[in-house]
Design a protein around this ligand. Structure first.
Ligand SMILES: Cc1cc2nc3c(=O)[nH]c(=O)nc-3n(C[C@H](O)[C@H](O)[C@H](O)COP(=O)(O)O)c2cc1C
Length: 224
């Protein structure tokens, strides 16, 4: 879609994740109802980026811990196309550990100025080295050093310890390219359900759901 911030074809991950993704892809690419949902999302995503929203790509990401407890945080949507929705993070973070034990995840986007919400449910899998490298190289050097310095989601005893790690990695990579840490990469959420919510008067909003049932996508409406 036009809103892609980078392009890449590589898809990887461990064998189980890969199989999951292949299954969804096969259904996605040929299904006209799914194609309609993808086009609709692409249109909104592009439109949202023309408004005065500071972070139109910000989305809530929900993952589930081993004990069944859901948790949420904001991440940035870096690519969205027929294959799914991509964000980048530290795979050793809390969310990364949760995804490793349970790949089911959900996303929520709300574009205030458009009066539009999109909710996605699906299965997350790593995007693979080639795709992660492309995005890594587009990041500012400071963020690259930061990714090395931050033991994301681990307890931080003092702020000085983080500052010290930043200094150490700045020295380590002085005068050379900052390589991508192996534990820092993208995840793609292959959707099984996408809901579009459009703000209406008197709270009579319009809700349209696209859902994968067995081997085909269906579209239906919900009461607001
Ligand atoms: C606007 C915004 C964008 C963010 N984007 C990302 C992102 O793309 N990737 C990321 O790992 N964290 C991002 N964060 C930080 C996460 O919200 C979160 O604090 C961090 O990933 C650790 O989450 P976890 O401990 O649940 O794994 C962002 C935060 C905000 C407020």
């Amino acid at each position: 879609m036009d809103g892609d911030l980078y392009t890449a074809d590589a898809i990887a991950g461990d064998e189980n994740h890969f199989q999951t993704q292949i299954r969804f892809q096969r259904v996605m690419h040929s299904d006209p109802i799914y194609q309609e949902a993808v086009k609709r999302f692409a249109g909104l995503f592009d439109l949202a980026q023309t408004t005065d929203l500071k972070e139109p790509t910000a989305m809530t990401l929900a993952t589930v811990g081993e004990n069944g407890q859901p948790s949420v945080r904001i991440v940035l949507l870096r690519c969205a196309d027929e294959r799914g929705f991509v964000f980048f993070t530290n795979s050793l973070s809390r969310k990364g550990i949760q995804i490793a034990s349970n790949p089911h995840a959900a996303l929520g986007l709300f574009w205030d100025s458009l009066g539009e919400q999109v909710c996605v449910e699906g299965v997350a899998s790593p995007v693979g080295d080639a795709e992660s490298d492309i995005y890594w190289k587009s990041r500012p050097r400071g963020s690259q050093v930061g990714a090395w310095a931050s033991l994301q989601s681990e307890e931080l005893p003092t702020r000085t310890m983080l500052d010290q790690r930043v200094e150490d990695f700045e020295k380590k990579f002085a005068n050379r390219e900052v390589s991508r840490p192996e534990h820092w990469y993208g995840y793609r959420i292959a959707p099984v359900r996408i809901e579009f919510w459009q703000e209406g008067v008197s709270r009579l909003h319009t809700r349209t759901v696209y859902e994968l049932r067995e081997d085909e996508w269906v579209r239906f409406s919900l009461y607001p």
